[in-house]
Write a protein that binds this ligand. Sequence first.
Ligand code: COA
Length: 229
Amino acid sequence: MGFIQKIKDEIAVVRERDPAIHSAMEVFLYPSFKVMISYRMAHRLYRSKHYFLARLISQRAARKTGIEIHPGATIGKGFFIDHGNGVVIGETAEIGDNVTLYQGVTLGGTGKESGKRHPTVCDNVMISAGAKVLGSFTIGANSKIGAGSVVLEEVPPNSTVVGVPGHVVNHDKVSIPRETLDQTDLPDPVQEDITLLKKENTELTSRLLALEDEVRRLTSAEHAGKEKE
Ligand SMILES: CC(C)(COP(=O)(O)OP(=O)(O)OC[C@H]1O[C@@H](n2cnc3c(N)ncnc32)[C@H](O)[C@@H]1OP(=O)(O)O)[C@@H](O)C(=O)NCCC(=O)NCCS
């Protein structure tokens, strides 16, 4: 994709996402727009191993916008940072399409991991003002992270997470009441499906055994009838 097209795309993202904007010219004043133009250049340089130049561009952009995106981070289409100040995105962070961040968000590491140290944020996620997401786990698609949360564990898709440490309060649009909330084990949709399948399998097996018994009983009654004749 050409550079002009990339600029057009970034303008479209800001216009679409911020209801407070009045004219296309205003887009050029947005920190999100400025930082993303720099990031796209820096990331390309990083990928071709021009690490110093890449960092030079990203650090200059950080000074101008207050948003620090490591050039190694991977960011999809339609990414928007509202307001922007204090946002930090680490080197191994991976961000899908149409993700929105607010000011003060950190996608960082815990300092305990090596290699992939930063989060993976799937499509359509919103991370609210001041939230910290720390570690190499995944935030599932369409999830929302509440303002000021500190998220330290995997988040299933379609969830709302709030608090310190972050816990799921809504999942698939169903509210999870506080009093029954298990704060250590977040819901695991795959495990829930496996449990449901096991239950169905046990029910089907017992119905099949009952049917086999019934067939056996009928067959032997039939035999007994024939022998009498
Ligand atoms: C999390 C958020 C996105 C709402 O998501 P939602 O799925 O609609 O969640 P709800 O509003 O139904 O809230 C669910 C529960 O979490 C609580 N909650 C919501 N946001 C919270 C937060 N940031 N911290 C702690 N608890 C929060 C609500 O009080 C509610 O609790 P209850 O079930 O006991 O009543 C929103 O509250 C939020 O944090 N928005 C911030 C957006 C932002 O950064 N704006 C900055 C603009 S400059």
